[in-house]
Design a protein around this ligand. Sequence first.
Ligand code: NPG
Length: 369
Amino acid sequence: MQIDSVEVRHIRMQLTAPFETSFGVESDREALIVAVRVGELVGYGEVVASAAPLYSYETVQTAGHILRDFLVPDLLRRPFEHPAELDGRWAFIRGHNMAKAGAEAACWDVWARAQGISMAQALGGVKAEALVGISLGIQPSIEATLERVAAAVERGYGRVKLKIKPGWDVEMVGAVREAFPTLALMADANSAYTLDDAPLLKKLDAFGLTMVEQPLAYDDIFDHRKLQAQLATPICLDESIHSPAHAAAAIELGSCRIINIKPGRVGGLEASRRIHDICAEHGVPVWCGGMLETGIGRAHNVALASLPNFTLHSDISESARYYHQDLVEPEFVLGGNSTLAVPNGPGIGVAVLAERLDAVTLASQRVGR
Ligand code: NPG
């Protein structure tokens, strides 16, 4: 398949409410949307880097540079047979996984459209619905947290992830557990603790959490092993897993019992599939993480979460949770049993709204024929 042109748009969308984690607050979501054209077909991908390097070193600006100066020229120069090739082909660029993943996703979409199959089929998905839950940012008070959890449960979400940080952890999680004794609950620290906090983190064992996500440093696998040995609660790694090799190492070391797969963090959908397979071979369940994606990234994530070993709730929520109006139609709406239907039309299976996309575009560049 030869790509005719690539367009990269820098977008900014207002979130319905500010989203707070242990590393900061986001009120707007910036991202890059990549559109690749092959004849009449267009494939879309989303680069999930944020405006600031808080979650990872990548930003929309670094990703724009890697796309413009390396990935786009490479795509226009050389055809591919199958999008799964691109992961190996782009290994010459060290890191910059979010930039790679956005470009690769657009190629998967256009390739799937050309085959007349859905992204889920292209990836080997087997489920008609993806199991999903919400991620609740840090709230101003425990009362506010309980209200937000109650609203999510009322809406039909079967799992709630609570963002924690030092000073906003055991008491808050305990209060939620007391009010919701049987709800699937997990906590996400985004690397806010150190191994010295093991006694405090151990207190979370009392609450029957499905997992505690990335408690220690964003680039650590070693201390997580020491912490996992002391905790009954399974540790899930997010920030520190950037490749199938990292996933294999973390599993063999015993640094985690669950892995969160974000295509942007690991370099794309092909790397995501490989991590999925490695985890499945070792009996380690996975779920798909979220980066406040627009409907484009959301559609790719839903397709990925249709693979068999995505047995835990993914951070993929309804479009309306984050955006007043999404970039795609139909928007993603919660179905029964805390699921989102996996689109079965060609490619991502949702239509990208050109006017809406124009309205949120800050800058764009198109290269090719
Ligand atoms: O549902 O998309 C979603 C948000 C899930 O909590 C979520 N994402 O640490 O995983 C995270 C967090 C995040 C958001 C990270 C934005 C980086 C940027």
